[in-house]
Design a protein around this ligand. Structure first.
Ligand code: ADP
Length: 423
């Protein structure tokens, strides 16, 4: 089997660990492994440039037990992924730093050594992008042609619900795409037969932890660590000046980051989309609560507002407005801190190395066991066990959360996130 792995949608810590795990597990199970740069866009663009003379399409050391003839190879690949984008770069002494040109090459064969140490790298080294072209049939047809040209018959996609939907669409449509490619003379009959089916597995890379039917998404634990560190920093200055801080945290329509940050950082009040404040006036509810905390001697106030926080009428709750309420009603010296993209970045915490490693291995096993009739799976984790869930069931359940919130059925929204949820 020839497996390609790509990262798509918003980046998250742990995506490199996914690539590493899929490549290493794939090779150990006798597969050939590839990375696709820039998400689905890379599949569509494919490889337009022939390999340059200095380049070699041989991945560095495709056998784990073999001694590496060029131990720097993986370092060079990282360097080229980050800075080279194709041109061979010279260092001060005139030696080539990179030996594998990536110019015009989006589907790159990789070996065991290429992904060494990737678990500790932030973001996604192979790049991620949002691809408009992949949303069109022509784009997906081009993607299929490029994959077939490289002989790839299995794909691991790491991304959010959008990316996983794209994966499902691609797989469902694949036989028709192959037929059309053959009819247009773009692939031979032999290739069309060899590539009659596509195997796909999804892994959820999202800092928001917004996917249903899995307890944690890859990148969410690191984002939580980043927020927690920020709250620790703010706590000391808030306490020194007896100030209030309103923190806006990411999460799109999911309150997981905000809620857990509130618990781990000792917040006074938290606004999340799934549980809007219950009282007629959330302003009064929040001020009463914070007033009580102040009365028992608390010198600092931390309020966390999730990106998608809303009131009972679905009106967004914004950090600036919360700040005005605290300043005007309680007379608190209040500041707003928007953590922004610091929440996304940096080194993955330990759990965002462990989870993608276990799930990456499972993804390879699921591909090896896939049949033309089995559903595409999403690899999840439930009650500390790595699981396989039909991908579109999880995506549908995730979409149902947003619909339930829009219908103001907040209990239903929670039950779609967590079937064990009880009021
Ligand atoms: P996320 O995966 O983080 O939710 P997006 O929703 O932006 O991010 O999806 C990432 C990419 O997945 C899109 O740019 C597009 O290329 C692809 N994609 C998403 N939905 C579909 C779809 N219904 N059909 C085909 N491709 C899709």
């Amino acid at each position: 089997m020839k497996i390609a792995v790509l990262t798509s949608g918003g980046d998250s810590a742990g995506m490199n660990a996914v690539v590493r795990a899929v490549v290493k597990a794939g090779i150990l199970r006798g597969c050939e492994t590839w990375v696709v740069r820039e998400g689905y866009e890379g599949l569509v663009r494919g490889n337009t440039e022939a390999l340059s003379e200095q380049s070699t399409d041989n991945p560095s050391v495709n056998l784990p037990e073999a001694a590496s003839p060029a131990d720097g190879a993986s370092v060079n690949l990282i360097h080229n992924l980050r800075f080279g984008d194709g041109e061979l770069l010279k260092d001060g002494t005139g030696d080539y730093l990179g030996t594998r040109s990536l110019k015009g090459r989006y589907i790159v064969r990789v070996g065991f050594d290429d992904v060494r140490g990737w678990f500790a790298e932030g973001g996604t080294l192979i790049g991620t992008a949002r691809s408009k072209t992949f949303r069109t049939v022509e784009g997906r047809m081009q993607a299929a042609e490029n994959m077939i040209r490289e002989g790839i018959d299995a794909l691991v996609v790491c991304g959010g619900d959008g990316s996983l939907t794209g994966a499902d669409v691609f797989r469902a449509e694949w036989p028709k795409l192959v037929e059309a490619l053959h009819a247009e003379g773009r692939i031979t009959a032999e290739k069309a037969q060899m590539h009659a089916h596509l195997k796909i597995v999804g892994l959820v890379g999202s800092i928001d932890n917004d996917m249903s039917m899995t307890d944690l998404t890859i990148g969410a634990p690191t984002a939580l660590v980043r927020i927690c560190e920020a709250i620790d920093n703010i706590n000391s200055t808030a306490s020194s000046h007896s100030r209030a801080f309103v923190l806006e945290v990411m999460g799109r329509h999911c309150g997981w980051l905000a809620l857990l940050a509130g618990v781990s950082g000792g917040a006074d009040f938290v606004f999340i989309p799934e549980r809007p404040p219950t009282s007629e006036s959330w302003e009064n509810e929040m001020c009463d609560c914070i007033q009580k905390h102040r009365e028992v001697g608390k010198r600092k106030t931390i309020v966390i507002v999730a990106e998608g926080a809303i009131d009972r009428d679905l009106k967004p709750i914004k950090a600036d407005y919360v700040k005005d309420v605290l300043a005007e009603r309680l007379g608190l010296d209040t500041r707003v801190t928007t953590l922004g993209h610091t929440q996304r970045g940096g080194r993955p915490c330990a759990y965002d190395r462990v989870l993608p490693t276990l799930q990456g291995i499972e993804a390879v096993e699921a591909l090896l066991e896939a049949t033309p009739h089995s559903p595409s799976y999403m690899i999840g984790i439930q009650e500390n066990k790595i699981t396989r869930i039909p991908l579109m069931e999880a995506v549908a359940m995730t979409r149902a959360v947003s619909s339930a919130i829009e219908a103001k059925d907040f209990d239903k929204a929670m039950s779609y996130r967590d079937p064990e949820f009880k009021e």
